[in-house]
Design a protein around this ligand. Structure first.
Ligand code: ADP
Ligand code: ZN
Length: 605
C-alpha cells in the first residue's frame, strides 16, 4: 500500500497534512466509517482522495452538484489521477466507457450523482467492481434540518446494506447539533467516528461598514484592497444585482450579474467566465453560491444584510478557500433590517419558525454592532471559543471607541414614542435635529418637546445610534406600519435612567493615525518589490494561456499560492521547481518547463 504521506507529496505536491486530515485518513484506511465536519476550504476532499490512491480498488464519491463534480474530476486529472464523473451530462458512449474502466480496474475514483448511484444498473455494476471506499460529499443533504435537503440522499443507506464491508466517509461543511445527529442516524453512521474541525477561517478578514453611500465605500474597498481580483458581491434583489454590475462595468471593472431571473444559458455563461477568467466580479443574489468551489475568490461583499449568522458564515466562506488572504465585507443599515423582517413575515413558515428567524436576525445585528473581535463573536455563535482577539478583523485593527449614550438613547426613544411609533429613522432624526419641513409641520411635530433636542449629533451619528438601538432590541422595526419604529419591550429601564447604554462610535470618526495603521496592515503586501510583482503577473499570464488551451479554470493548473511560491523561491531547475507548494509529479512534468521558462526570462529583464 502506498503511504498517505507519499501520496500527499508525490501527487498533490504538499508537504504536510492539515488539521485532522491525517487522523481521518488513517481511520478510513483502517476500514472505519466516519462523519467529517470541516469548514469550507479545510481540505475535505483529500480525506477520501488520498485513501482512494492508497487502497486497491475504486472509491465511489457521491456528489450532488454536477459543476462541482466536473471541477474535482478535472483537477484530479491534472494531477495525473485516474478519475471520472458519471452524471446526466454524459452521452451514452461516454458513460459506457466510464463504466467499462470501472469494472476493469482502471479508475481510482468515480464521482457520481445520488440519482445515478441508486439506479439498479449502477448498483449491479458496483457488484462487478472492487469497491474500496464510499465517500458521501455534502452529507447535510440527507437532513431536513439542513438547508439543502435531497430525498435521494435518504436512500444511500442501501450502500451499507449491499456492501457492508466497504467503509463510508460522509463529509459536510455545515452541520449544527440537530443536523449532525440527523446525518449520523439517517446514514446509519452511528457506529462511525465523528471528526469536527474548527469553524475558524483565519485567512478571512472581517469588516462591517455602515451603509451610507455604500457604492462609494464599495469602490474604495475594491480599489484599495482587491483591484484586479476575483470576488462575489451579494445583493438581496435582482434589480440591484443588475444595477450594481452595470455600474461596476461603467467603472471599468469586469463584473457580471447572476440571479434566478436570468435565463439558464446566460447564468451558465457568466458562471463559466467567473471560473475561467481572472479578476471577474460576480454580482449576485444568493441564488449564486451553493457548490461554488472556486478557490481563489478573494472577497465576498454583502451590499445587503444576510438573513442569519449561518448564511453570513456560509456566504463569506466562499472567499479564500485556497487559504490565501481574503476579505469578507458587509455594508449594513437600518433599512435592511426592515426588509429582512418583511421577508420573514410574509413567508409561509409557521409562527414558531418565524420567531426563530427573527432571533437569528438579532444575533446577526449583534455581530454587526459589536465592539469586540468579530471572529470571537462569530465563533462563539457556532459554539467555539477563540481565546485571543484575532488581530485580523476591523474591530481588532481599528479598535472601536464607545461612549455613554444613555441620554442620547432616551432622546431617541422618547422622540419615537411622541411621534406615535409609526415613523422611520430618517423622519425621527429630522425631528430630533429640529429640521423645518412641511411634513413635520403638517403633523405638528415641531411643537413636540423632543423637537430639536438632538443637535449635539450629526445626522450620520444619529443613524448609527438608531441602528444600534435596533440591534439592541430597544427599538423594533414595525413592518405593518411600513417600517416605522416602535419601542422594544425593554425600553423602560432606559427611559427612567435605570440602565446605562454604551454606543460604539462609528469608524468614520477614527483618528487619521489609526486609519493609516489599519490600511497598512490591510494593503496588498503580497510582494515588496515591483520586479516580483511583474514576475507574478507573468506567471499568471502563462497560467491563463495554459488554462485557455485546455478550456479549464486557471486554478486547476496552479493555485495562486503555488505562483507566490514560485516568486518567493525563483527556482532555476526542474528539481528546485518540484519542491514548490502544490507541485506534484504530474504537474512537474506537464508544466514545469513552461513556468521555468517564464521565471528565467523575467529574471533576465
Ligand atoms: P473543502 O472540500 O473542504 O472545501 P478542499 O478539499 O477543496 O476543501 O481543499 C481546499 C484547498 O486546500 C484546496 O485548494 C486544496 O488543494 C488545499 N489543501 C488541502 N489539503 C492541503 C494540505 N494538506 N496542504 C496544502 N494544501 C491543502
Ligand atoms: Zn478580531
Amino acid at each position: 500500500m502506498r503511504l498517505p504521506k507519499e501520496v500527499l507529496k508525490e501527487v498533490f505536491g504538499f508537504d504536510s497534512f492539515r488539521g485532522l486530515q491525517e487522523e481521518i485518513i488513517e481511520h478510513v484506511l483502517d476500514g472505519g466509517d466516519a462523519l467529517v465536519l470541516m469548514q469550507t476550504g479545510g481540505g475535505k476532499s483529500l480525506c477520501y482522495q488520498i485513501p482512494a490512491l492508497c487502497l486497491n480498488g475504486i472509491t465511489v464519491v457521491v456528489s450532488p452538484l454536477i459543476a462541482l463534480m466536473r471541477d474535482q474530476v478535472e483537477s484530479l486529472k491534472q494531477l495525473g489521477v485516474r478519475a471520472a464523473g458519471l452524471n446526466s451530462t454524459l452521452t451514452l458512449t461516454e458513460s459506457t466507457q466510464v463504466e467499462q474502466s470501472m469494472v476493469s480496474g482502471q479508475l481510482d475514483l468515480v464521482y457520481v450523482s445520488p440519482e445515478r448511484l441508486l439506479t439498479k444498473t449502477f448498483l449491479d455494476l458496483l457488484n462487478r467492481c472492487d469497491v474500496a471506499l464510499f465517500a458521501i460529499d455534502e452529507a447535510h443533504c440527507v437532513s431536513q434540518w439542513g438547508h439543502d435537503f435531497r430525498p435521494e440522499y435518504l436512500k444511500l443507506t442501501t450502500l451499507h446494506e449491499r456492501f457492508p464491508q466497504v467503509p463510508r466517509l460522509a463529509l459536510t461543511a455545515t452541520a449544527d447539533g440537530p443536523t449532525r445527529r440527523d446525518i449520523l442516524e439517517r446514514l446509519s453512521l452511528q457506529a462511525g467516528r465523528l471528526f469536527v474541525a474548527g469553524f475558524n477561517r483565519p485567512n478571512i478578514f472581517y469588516r462591517v461598514v455602515s451603509k451610507d453611500n455604500p457604492r462609494k465605500k464599495l469602490l474604495h474597498f475594491l480599489e484599495s484592497e482587491h483591484s484586479g481580483e476575483s470576488g462575489i458581491i451579494y445583493h438581496l434583489s435582482r434589480s440591484k444585482v443588475e444595477d450594481t454590475s452595470q455600474w461596476l462595468v461603467d467603472q471599468g471593472y469586469s463584473a457580471l450579474p447572476y440571479h434566478a431571473g436570468m435565463s439558464k444559458k446566460l447564468r451558465e455563461k457568466n458562471q463559466d467566465r467567473f471560473f475561467k477568467e481572472e479578476g471577474v466580479i460576480m454580482v449576485a443574489t444568493i441564488a449564486f453560491g451553493m457548490g461554488i468551489d472556486k478557490p481563489d475568490v478573494r472577497f465576498v461583499a454583502h451590499m445587503d444584510l444576510p438573513k442569519s449568522m449561518e448564511s453570513y458564515y456560509q456566504e463569506t466562506g466562499r472567499a479564500g478557500r485556497d487559504g490565501e488572504k481574503s476579505t469578507a465585507w458587509l455594508a449594513y443599515g437600518v433599512g435592511d433590517i426592515g426588509k429582512i423582517i418583511n421577508f420573514i413575515d410574509i413567508s409561509d413558515s409557521p409562527v414558531e419558525q418565524k420567531r426563530v428567524e427573527r432571533q437569528k436576525l438579532e444575533k446577526l445585528l449583534g455581530y454587526c454592532e459589536t465592539t469586540l473581535c468579530r471572529r470571537q463573536v462569530l465563533l462563539e455563535y457556532f459554539g467555539e471559543t477563540l481565546k485571543q482577539p484575532c488581530n485580523n478583523c476591523d474591530t481588532c485593527l481599528e479598535p472601536v471607541e464607545s461612549f455613554d449614550g444613555t441620554v442620547a438613547a432616551q432622546k431617541a426613544l422618547s422622540c419615537a414614542y411622541r411621534t406615535g411609533e409609526r415613523f422611520g429613522t430618517m423622519y425621527i432624526i429630522d425631528v430630533l435635529l429640529g429640521v423645518k419641513n412641511e411634513r413635520i409641520q403638517s403633523f405638528d411635530h415641531d411643537k413636540l418637546s423632543t423637537y430639536g433636542i438632538g443637535r449635539e449629533f450629526s445626522k450620520e451619528e444619529w443613524r448609527s445610534i438608531f441602528r444600534q438601538l435596533v440591534a439592541m432590541g430597544l427599538l423594533k422595526v414595525d413592518i405593518e406600519g411600513h417600517g416605522g419604529l416602535r419601542l422594544g419591550p425593554n425600553h423602560r429601564p432606559v427611559l427612567v435612567g435605570e440602565r446605562t447604554i454604551h454606543f460604539r462610535r462609528d469608524a468614520g470618526r477614527l483618528s487619521k493615525q489609526k486609519k493609516r495603521k489599519a490600511e497598512k496592515q490591510l494593503g496588498k503586501s503580497t510582494f515588496n518589490n515591483p520586479s516580483d510583482d511583474a514576475l507574478f503577473q507573468a506567471l499568471r499570464a502563462c497560467r491563463m494561456d495554459l488554462a485557455q488551451e485546455q478550456g479549464v479554470p486557471p486554478y486547476v493548473i496552479f493555485h495562486d499560492s503555488a505562483l507566490s511560491d514560485m516568486v518567493q523561491n525563483k527556482p532555476h531547475t526542474l528539481e528546485e521547481f518540484s519542491m514548490l507548494h502544490g507541485v506534484g509529479e504530474a504537474k512537474l512534468k506537464r508544466y514545469g518547463n513552461d513556468f521555468l521558462t517564464v521565471i528565467l526570462e523575467e529574471l533576465q529583464n
